[in-house]
Design a protein around this ligand. Structure first.
Ligand SMILES: Cc1cc2nc3c(=O)[nH]c(=O)nc-3n(C[C@H](O)[C@H](O)[C@H](O)COP(=O)(O)OP(=O)(O)OC[C@H]3O[C@@H](n4cnc5c(N)ncnc54)[C@H](O)[C@@H]3O)c2cc1C
Length: 455
């Protein structure tokens, strides 16, 4: 990193948007949950696709890598700078176009937060479907690049299903703009789809054309006690019949307990009174409570609307944060076919040493478990190996929604198989021959940011 490059970057984005002071860089060098830490010689904050393109040309000429960063809420270390790379913050690309009601679409800059996008859509009577706890900070560009999921995937799909088009900048500074949002287009393979989930390794996303969905103003939720995981899967089968079904989340007793302790609230149901808890949400244009009550008639649970429903979702949204407050967990984000959830959880418990504490929750409708292990210590690599192996052997995936980042690079080839992995590597080499875009993410390349070890 040379003074000449800093000079060039300042000429592109303005001196105030090239941050070189350690104090100014600090928040960009550690992720939002403070689990990963790295360092960068400077943070660059462009405001337009043109500026992003000029920045990429400048760093390429200097042979310096870049790490794109949105809200920095990623959980696999992919947004944390390493190896002397320039940190490219996309937060200033925060323009929001007018909602196109006829197309049910909107164009959003990469730096727009998911929460701002939701508010913007709702002001026009529509909604943005992808939703999760970090919505106030996570950005459109980050969500596209990680193919974010969240709680409403069963109804509306992941981020991939919302992306109608993208604007993105390649490593050589060339800009591709496909923002027309055409629902039908067969002019070759769909480039925007290739970039979804590419974690900043193939291009920098600068804007997205996004699908909007109906805004359901009436909602009812329930927290239901289940005797076992297979019982929760039986409940899921019954819930699938409900036309208003919006989300089906799973909280194992420990997860319910730590979130309520963190929030200092009384748990809505005694965490020790069941083997698993299912949080169901229904949303429609008219009150869906009766629909939900029919399914819940023979079950023990609490039905909640209005502020009580908000409390249930506050609990759900705070599980990750509550676990983070207890220490730095070994975090695994896996998914299996729902019928395999019980064997997966059995194998997690078999893998975890008695001194460690496993806190499990996730998205039941998608068979997606977030496995958090506190106190794993030196057993962490062995536990990780056994849990990820179990996910694959049970027909699932080692990464359901958080991505590969730097945390799981050693597993991508095993997950995909030789041919698919080789194809992805070939695409990476073709689009970024100098390996300047987020090196070390998806594919191995040293050095990595360090995991913060607090427990
Ligand atoms: C409390 C909490 C709960 C969470 N729950 C969920 C959940 O339920 N579902 C879920 O899917 N995720 C969840 N996450 C993870 C995280 O919020 C998502 O991965 C999110 O999509 C990251 O968005 P971001 O803007 O913060 O991206 P960042 O963390 O900044 O970046 C993530 C990755 O995308 C790349 N990137 C970012 N912006 C761009 C861009 N414009 N162009 C190219 N590459 C880019 C980065 O280089 C990095 O590799 C949760 C996180 C937290 C802290």
């Amino acid at each position: 990193m040379t003074d000449a490059l800093v000079h060039d970057l300042r000429a592109i984005v303005g001196a105030t948007h090239v941050l070189t002071d350690a104090d100014m860089r600090a928040t960009y060098e550690t992720d939002w949950l403070q689990q990963w830490r790295g360092d960068t010689p400077c943070v660059v904050r462009p405001q337009s696709a043109g500026e992003v393109a000029a920045v990429l040309r400048a760093v390429a000429a200097a042979g310096v890598a870049v790490v794109p960063q949105g809200g920095n809420t990623g959980l696999v270390g992919g947004s944390v700078p390493r190896g002397g790379a320039v940190l490219l913050s996309l937060q200033r690309l925060n323009s929001l176009g007018a909602v196109d009601a006829a197309a049910q679409q909107v164009t959003a800059g990469a730096g727009v937060t998911i929460e701002s996008l939701q508010h913007h859509a709702r002001a026009a009577g529509l909604d943005f479907a992808v939703d999760w706890g970090a919505r106030a900070t996570a950005t459109v560009g980050g969500a596209v690049s990680t193919n974010a999921g969240g709680s409403r995937v069963g109804r509306f799909g992941t981020m991939r299903a919302q992306v109608m088009g993208l604007q993105a900048v390649f490593a050589d500074g060339s800009v591709v703009t496909q923002l027309a949002g055409l629902p039908k287009e067969t002019a070759g393979p769909h480039l925007p789809s290739l970039l979804v989930g590419s974690e900043g390794t193939l291009a920098v996303v600068t804007a997205a054309r996004l699908r909007l969905v109906p805004w359901y103003r009436c909602a009812a939720a329930a927290l239901v006690a289940c005797d076992s995981l297979p019982d929760s899967v039986d409940l899921l089968a019954q819930l699938r019949r409900l036309p208003s079904l919006d989300a089906v989340e799973l909280l194992m007793p420990e997860a319910l307990s730590v979130a309520c302790d963190f929030l200092r609230i009384e748990p809505p149901l005694d965490p020790t009174s069941a083997a698993a808890f299912v949080l169901v949400d229904c949303a429609a244009h008219t009150d869906p409570s009766d629909e939900l009550l029919v399914v819940l008639a023979d079950r023990r649970g609490v039905l909640a609307t209005g502020p009580q429903r908000d409390v249930l979702f506050r609990i759900r949204d705070h599980v990750t944060i509550a676990i983070g407050a207890l220490g730095t967990p070994l975090k695994l984000d896996v998914a299996v076919p729902v019928g395999q959830l019980d064997p997966l959880v059995q194998r997690v418990h078999d893998a975890v040493a008695s001194a460690a504490r496993a806190i499990i929750f996730g998205h039941l409708a998608e068979g997606n478990l977030h496995v958090n292990i506190l106190g794993a210590g030196t057993d962490a690599p062995a536990i990780r190996e056994r849990v990820l192996t179990a996910a694959v052997e049970l027909g699932g995936t080692i990464s359901a929604e958080h991505g590969i980042g730097v945390a799981k690079v050693d597993w991508l080839e095993r997950q995909l198989g030789d041919a698919a992995y080789a194809a992805l590597r070939a695409i990476k080499v073709a689009l970024d021959p100098g390996n300047l875009l987020n090196p070390g993410v998806l594919f191995p390349s040293e050095p990595r940011p360090s995991r913060v070890a607090r427990v």
